[in-house]
Design a protein around this ligand. Sequence first.
Ligand SMILES: *[C@@H]1O[C@H](CO)[C@@H](O)[C@H](O)[C@H]1NC(C)=O
Ligand SMILES: *[C@@H]1O[C@H](CO)[C@@H](O)[C@H](O)[C@H]1NC(C)=O
Ligand SMILES: *[C@@H]1O[C@H](CO)[C@@H](O)[C@H](O)[C@H]1NC(C)=O
Ligand SMILES: *[C@@H]1O[C@H](CO)[C@@H](O)[C@H](O)[C@H]1NC(C)=O
Ligand SMILES: *[C@@H]1O[C@H](CO)[C@@H](O)[C@H](O)[C@H]1NC(C)=O
Ligand SMILES: *[C@@H]1O[C@H](CO)[C@@H](O)[C@H](O)[C@H]1NC(C)=O
Length: 516
Amino acid sequence: MSIIAIARRNWALRLSVVLNVCVLLYVCAHIGSSGPWIEEPPTNWAAAPETYDLANGTQKGVATSLSSSSSSSSSSSVAIAVKDAASANNNNNNNNGGVGRPLRLITTTPPPNGAKAEALDKSREHPRNQTTRNGTANVAREPMSLKEAVACNEKSTEPRRAQRGDYWVLYNYVPMSMAVRCWESVTYTTHADYTFLDNLEPLLERWRAPISIAMHAPGTDFPATLNAIRYSRNCGSPLVSQLVTFHVFFSSKHVPKMVPPSEKIVSDTYNCSLGPPWVNVSLAKMYKNEKKLLYPVNVGRNIARESAPTFYVFPSDIELYPSPNLPTKFLEMIRRRDQPALHKPNPKVFVLSIFEVDEKSQPPNNKTRLVQMLKAGTAIPFHKKLCSGCHNVPKSKEWQEAPETEDLHVFHVGKRTGSFVHWEPIFIGTNNDPLYDERLSWEGKSDKMTQGYALCVLDYDFLILDNAFLVHRPGIKIFKKDTHRDMLTAKTNALIKKIIMPELKVLYGTRKGCAV
Ligand SMILES: *[C@@H]1O[C@H](CO)[C@@H](O)[C@H](O)[C@H]1NC(C)=O
Ligand SMILES: *[C@@H]1O[C@H](CO)[C@@H](O)[C@H](O)[C@H]1NC(C)=O
Ligand SMILES: *[C@@H]1O[C@H](CO)[C@@H](O)[C@H](O)[C@H]1NC(C)=O
Ligand SMILES: *[C@@H]1O[C@H](CO)[C@@H](O)[C@H](O)[C@H]1NC(C)=O
Ligand SMILES: *[C@@H]1O[C@H](CO)[C@@H](O)[C@H](O)[C@H]1NC(C)=O
Ligand SMILES: *[C@@H]1O[C@H](CO)[C@@H](O)[C@H](O)[C@H]1NC(C)=O
């Protein structure tokens, strides 16, 4: 309430002083989540692109390989990684042979000609031989295993209930069935209400690695959310139950009537002929909308990110689909350690360029195809029509002109300053990066700006990746006037300016060129 009061009292002041900033934030502000928390009917446009095989327990997909924990003696590079893990696993992790977790997930690179197996063997013989070179030679260190390159601690994936500010959270409420070690993969972390779960399958087809998703489910949206989770796990791609961990949260003022135990949801079946529970949902009748609740986007983002089982996390919005094989290629780049930018002392995150494609087009599978689509006008840079300044990535023109190459590299090191001072990048990072401010809502926009400010003050390097990218679920956004949302946006901007910014200055300090 005090915020509203402040907002009103300072109306004139804000108009004159902040208008410029507001206008910019106003129009652009949010990313991926941008869209259709409101309308847009679900489309299953990418149920099964035939280029990737659907995992069904024996899949031979490139990025994700399953192997039972007892079969680590097979001769593939994946098996070597498993053996490596098993023998070198002397720390606190209790997953090994844990109850009901027969499958293990490994996201490794397919080595061309077995080079990697050699590298792994070698690095086990000389695990700490990094002292042979100095200074600039850092760049070409001895090969090492992924486990050594990603030093991390395992995290509990047990279901638990906890309070988080005004919210109750059911962490790991419906856990993924596969086990993964913290160094083995990258987790896509995201948030949604149940009407967005139709994105899971097309997302998984491309990602094929763990997803940690926080579902907002107040009041009677809770049973509907459970049905949507049951449907996703039982009626579509087996990747969902294998790789997706669902967390559920709701305001303590909107607790559902009943919360079944976690094991019940895991073992539940669903009558698939009833169809997906997110089809033909009357949005006006959803509990959240009937009660006029705001969507607590950053509570969801933080829950999903903090609960990710892996060291590397990819906080994204569920409608942003990554280019295929990203986890594998990313981890291989980390293991290689041959990118000079990786050895700079600054904290760093790995940025993906984002694009939109028109409704009739399938998202491109590779950069070559993407560039063709950009030239043909069937793809455009993300939010070009809403706010081209907000999501523009440094050197984007050069990025588009650079031909696709093998593997993944750092294309350019950007900063969130100059003409990128309001940049809202989407990036692979870790849980050491600043979190998102939980007072900001999706409706109020600017929900990633305060994190961006913190990253700037901390002097983060934004390492832009060359051959990987994100594509928004098909359909190009156009600007729609929404006066209620405009009002909330104005309130949010006042909150950021009057309350959050002064806090951030105390907590992170200031740096020339940084702004929210
Ligand atoms: C699943 O595996 C079975 C045999 O193990 C195979 O016949 C079937 O085609 C597979 N399904 C998919 C969708 O890959
Ligand atoms: C470390 O690597 C170098 C080659 O870079 C090799 O000559 C040397 O023998 C290795 N040292 C040990 C202790 O393995
Ligand atoms: C360290 O690097 C410098 C320049 O790159 C080189 O001249 C010097 O010999 C190196 N020292 C050792 C011990 O390798
Ligand atoms: C599943 O739903 C269909 C359609 O509503 C219904 O006809 C069928 O009897 C249901 N099956 C079971 C086992 O409940
Ligand atoms: C959804 O609604 C449309 C039109 O209102 C109808 O044609 C369609 O059958 C409905 N789909 C389901 C799954 O109920
Ligand atoms: C890129 O994708 C296109 C179309 O999906 C395909 O024809 C082409 O072979 C792919 N190129 C590479 C290098 O994978």
